[in-house]
Design a binder for this molecule. Structure first.
Ligand SMILES: C[S@@+](CC[C@H](N)C(=O)[O-])C[C@H]1O[C@@H](n2cnc3c(N)ncnc32)[C@H](O)[C@@H]1O
Length: 223
C-alpha cells in the first residue's frame, strides 16, 4: 500500500474517531448539562472579555462548564489568577486536563457545577444554555459574595445587577457578553432590619441611612 494512502487513512480515521467521541461524550453529558453543548469561545473573544474585566493576582475565577479550560488558562496567564473549572463532557474534560498540565494555578474538575460551592469565587464565567439561566441566577445570588463579577456569554442572566454589555468580535454577529456585579446590599438591609424591632425609631433611621448610602455608592461605582 502506498505511504500516502496509509497517512490519509490514519488522519481520516483519527478525525472520524474524534467526531464519534465528541458525539458520544456530548450525548452522555446532555441530560446533566441541560442542553449546553461543548462549544469553545473563540480566543479573540476571550481576550477582549478579559481586557474588559481586570482581575487581581490570586483572585479566584470559576468557569462553570469550562470546556477545554481556555478561559482559565488565558486569565491565569494575563492576571495570575487562580482558576477552577467544572466540566461534565468527558472529551472536554480530558482536553482541559491535558492542556492545563503544568498550570499549577488551575484546577479542572469532572463535576456537575450545580453541586459546586461558589462562595470563594471573585469572578464567575459561563457560556451556557438560556434554559438554565433562571436557576443559575438563584445559585449565583445565594452563593457568591458581595461585589463578585459574573460574565455570561451570549445569554443574559435574569435578576442580576447588569454592569455592562460587551460586543466582542470573533463570532458571526458579535454576540453579546453580559457583565454583572453581585450587589447584596438590599439583602443586608433586610437581614439587619428583622432583628431591629426592639431598637428605637431613631437608630433604625440611622441604620437605614448608612445602608442606603452604601448601596448608592456601589451603584455609582458599578455604573
Ligand atoms: C458552550 S461550552 C463553553 C466552554 C467554555 N466555557 C468556553 O467558553 O470555551 C459549555 C460547557 O458547559 C458544560 N456544562 C454544562 N452544564 C454543566 C454542568 N452542569 N456541570 C459541568 N459542566 C457543564 C458543557 O459540557 C460544555 O462543555
Amino acid at each position: 500500500m502506498p505511504q500516502w494512502l496509509v497517512i490519509f487513512m490514519l488522519l481520516s480515521g483519527t478525525l472520524v474517531g474524534l467526531k464519534v467521541a465528541y458525539a458520544l461524550c456530548t450525548s452522555l453529558a446532555l441530560p446533566a448539562t441541560r442542553g449546553a453543548l461543548y462549544v469553545s469561545t473563540p480566543r479573540s473573544r476571550i481576550s477582549e472579555i478579559l481586557e474588559a474585566v481586570p482581575m487581581q493576582e490570586g483572585q479566584i475565577l470559576v468557569d462553570l462548564g469550562c470546556g477545554d479550560g481556555r478561559v482559565l488558562r488565558m486569565a491565569s496567564r494575563l492576571y495570575r489568577i487562580r482558576g477552577v473549572g467544572y466540566e461534565l463532557n468527558l472529551l472536554a474534560y480530558i482536553k482541559a486536563k491535558l492542556q492545563c498540565l503544568g498550570c499549577h494555578r488551575i484546577k479542572v474538575k469532572w463535576q456537575n457545577f450545580w453541586q459546586a460551592d461558589l462562595s470563594t469565587a471573585d469572578v464567575v464565567f459561563c457560556y451556557l444554555f438560556p434554559d438554565v439561566m433562571k436557576d443559575m441566577s438563584v445559585k449565583l445570588q445565594k452563593e457568591l459574595k458581595n461585589g463578585a463579577t459574573v460574565i455570561s456569554c451570549n445569554f443574559p442572566i435574569p435578576d442580576l445587577e447588569l454592569q455592562s454589555v460587551l460586543r466582542p468580535s470573533g463570532s458571526l454577529i458579535n454576540d453579546p457578553v453580559y457583565i454583572y456585579t453581585i450587589a447584596k446590599s438590599d439583602e443586608i438591609l433586610k437581614s439587619l432590619f428583622i432583628p431591629q424591632r426592639t431598637q428605637s425609631a431613631q437608630s433604625k433611621n440611622l441604620l437605614f441611612q448608612s445602608v442606603t448610602s452604601v448601596h448608592s455608592v456601589s451603584s455609582v461605582v458599578n455604573l
